[in-house]
Design a protein around this ligand. Structure first.
Ligand code: ZN
Length: 501
C-alpha cells in the first residue's frame, strides 16, 4: 500500500509541477511579457495544459485509486491519505469524462475568443465577438453533456467552480437575497450619496503602492512568500505555498482602486499562504472553491478593510502617506467615501450592497443561454432591459454592458459568477463565527493587529486547502449549511448606521 501511495503522490506531483509551470507563464503573460510574446506563449500554455491533462486521466491513476480505495476507507475521514484518495478520485472521475481532444479544442477556441474580445470591447462591437460567443455556448453545452443526469444544464459547469452547488439551490438563495437587497438599495440611493471627492485627488503612483504593501503586510500577507506586481486585470496566483503572488493596478486620480484591490487579492493570497505545506503538489493544495476563495478576498477587502475599526488603524497611516490630500479630511469623511453606495455600470467597481444584483443578472443570463431560452444575438438587448430594471440605469453602450466581463469571452458560459455572491454571503458568516470565538477582534483591528482573526481563519479554513469540500467546510465553520442571515445582518447594521433604511 505504501508503495502504491508513493506512486500516486509521485504522479500527482509531476502533474502539479506542469500546472504550476503553466501558472508562472500565465503570470508572466499578464505582467511583464512584451506583446510580441503572445502567440508563442499561447502555444506553450496549451502544451503544458495538454501534458498535465494527459497525465491526470492516465488509466494508471484510476488503477492506483481503485487499489488504494479500501485502505483509504480504513483510515479516518480527515486523515491526509484518506482525503488525498477521496479528493483525487472525485477529480479523476470528472476529468475522464471529458475527451482530451475536446479540452484542446475548447482551449484553442477560448484563446481566440479572448483575443477578439480584447479588440471588440474597446470598439464597442458586440457583433464582432457574437459568432465566437455562439461557439462558446455550444462548447459549454457539450461540456455539460459529458455529465448526463443533471437537474439543470448549468449544474455540471457550476460544479467545476463550486462543487455540489446546484441551480435549484442558487435560485432560491439569490431570490431570498434579492427580496432583501432591492429595498435596501432603494432606500440608500434615494438619499444624497456620500461625498467621495477625498478619494479622487492626485495620489502619486509609488506612494499608493508603498502604503498598500504596508497595510496588506500588516494584515498578514507574507512578502517573504509573495510579491506584488502591476497588471491590467488584478488577480492572485500561486506556484507553491512559498510563492503566492498578487497583482494590482494604480490610478493616480483614484485612491481606493489600488488599495482595496491589494486588500482583495491579499485575501486570496493569505488563503493560499495558509494551506498546510504537506498538501502541496496534490489536488488538495489550494483553496476549496470559488465561493470560499471569494469569501476571503471579500472578507479582508470589505468586512475588515471598509470597517470603522480598520480605519482607526489605517487612516492615520494614509494621512501620513498623503498629508496634502488627506491631512485635513476627517476619518468619518473617508469612511463614508469608501462605503459610498450607488447604482453603477461596472460589476468589479460596484459597492458591497449593489454588487450581488450585478451577479444575479449574469447568473440568470447564463441559465437562459444554456437552456436555449435566450439567443446570443439577443443578449445585448436583454442585458440593457434587465440592467435597467435591476440596477436602475441605462447602460450607454455594450462596452460597459454585455462586453464588460472577460469570463464568457475567455472561458465557458456557466459557473463563472455565482462564486462572487457566495463569497459575500460566506465571508460575513465566517466573520460572525470568528467574532463569537474572539470578541476582542474589533479592538485588535483598531490597533492594527489582525493576528487573532487571521489565526482563526488559518486554523478553521486555510490550512485544510481542498481536503474537504466547500459544503463540508461551511458546516465545520458555521455548524450548518450556507445561510444569508449573517450577511444581511452585516449589511443592515453597517448601512443602517450610515443611511436611514
Ligand atoms: Zn476575487
Amino acid at each position: 500500500m505504501e508503495h502504491k501511495l508513493q506512486e500516486l503522490k509521485r504522479r500527482l506531483l509531476e502533474i502539479d509541477n506542469l500546472e504550476k509551470a503553466a501558472a508562472v507563464l500565465s503570470w508572466d503573460q499578464s505582467t511583464y511579457m512584451p506583446p510580441g510574446g503572445a502567440e508563442a506563449r499561447g502555444r506553450q500554455l496549451a502544451t503544458l495544459a495538454r501534458l498535465a491533462q494527459e497525465k491526470f486521466v492516465d488509466p494508471a491513476i484510476g488503477k492506483l485509486l481503485d487499489e488504494l480505495q479500501p485502505y483509504a476507507e480504513s483510515l479516518p475521514y480527515d486523515s491526509t491519505t484518506a482525503s488525498l484518495v477521496r479528493v483525487t478520485r472525485r477529480k479523476y472521475e470528472r476529468e475522464v469524462r471529458v475527451p482530451p481532444a475536446f479540452v484542446g479544442e475548447l482551449f484553442e477556441h477560448s484563446a481566440q475568443a479572448y483575443q477578439v474580445w480584447t479588440e471588440a470591447r474597446p470598439a464597442n462591437d458586440f457583433a464582432r465577438v457574437q459568432p465566437l460567443l455562439e461557439k462558446t455556448l455550444e462548447y459549454s453545452r457539450r461540456l455539460a453533456d459529458f455529465f448526463p443526469g443533471y437537474e439543470h444544464i448549468i449544474d455540471p459547469l457550476v460544479d467545476y467552480a463550486d462543487y455540489s452547488m446546484k441551480a435549484s439551490t442558487l435560485k432560491t438563495l439569490f431570490a431570498d437575497l434579492r427580496v432583501e437587497l432591492v429595498p435596501i438599495v432603494q432606500a440608500i440611493t434615494s438619499q444624497p450619496p456620500a461625498d467621495d471627492s477625498c478619494l479622487r485627488k492626485q495620489f502619486p503612483h509609488a506612494a499608493q503602492l508603498a502604503i498598500s504593501k504596508e497595510i496588506v503586510a500588516q494584515m498578514g500577507y507574507d512578502f517573504q512568500r509573495g510579491r506584488l506586481d502591476l497588471t491590467h486585470h488584478p488577480f492572485e496566483t500561486n506556484f507553491s505555498v512559498g510563492d503566492v503572488r498578487i497583482t494590482t493596478r494604480v490610478k493616480e486620480n483614484q485612491l481606493s482602486e489600488c488599495l482595496y484591490g491589494v486588500l482583495h487579492e491579499g485575501g486570496h493570497g493569505m488563503y493560499e499562504q495558509g494551506v498546510r505545506p504537506e498538501l502541496e503538489g496534490s489536488p488538495m493544495g489550494g483553496g476549496a472553491s470559488a465561493g470560499l476563495h471569494e469569501s476571503q478576498s471579500r472578507l479582508w477587502e470589505n468586512i475588515v478593510g471598509r470597517s470603522r475599526d480598520f480605519c482607526e488603524y489605517a487612516y492615520p497611516r494614509l494621512q501620513a502617506a498623503f498629508p496634502e490630500q488627506l491631512g485635513e479630511v476627517p476619518m468619518e469623511t473617508f469612511y463614508r467615501a469608501i462605503n459610498r453606495v450607488e447604482r453603477s455600470l461596472i460589476r468589479v467597481d460596484a459597492d458591497e450592497v449593489t454588487y450581488n444584483l450585478h451577479v444575479m443578472l449574469r447568473f440568470d443570463f447564463e441559465m437562459a443561454l444554456l437552456e436555449g431560452s435566450l439567443a446570443v444575438r439577443d443578449l445585448p438587448e436583454a442585458w440593457r432591459e434587465r440592467f435597467k430594471v435591476d440596477i436602475g440605469i441605462n447602460p450607454p453602450d455594450d462596452r460597459d454592458g454585455v462586453l464588460q466581463d472577460v469570463h464568457w469571452y475567455g472561458g465557458i458560459i456557466g459557473g463563472a459568477f455565482q462564486g462572487y455572491t457566495l463569497g459575500n454571503v460566506l465571508g460575513a458568516a465566517f466573520f460572525d463565527q470568528a467574532l463569537k470565538a474572539h470578541p476582542e477582534i474589533p479592538a485588535e483591528m483598531r490597533q492594527g493587529n489582525f493576528g487573532t482573526l487571521r489565526g482563526w481563519l488559518v486554523d478553521n479554513l486555510y490550512q485544510h486547502g481542498s481536503m474537504f469540500t466547500a459544503p463540508e467546510l461551511i458546516e465545520r465553520l458555521t455548524g450548518g449549511p450556507i445561510r444569508i442571515e449573517p450577511y444581511l445582518h452585516y449589511l443592515r447594521t453597517k448601512y443602517g448606521e450610515l443611511y436611514t433604511l
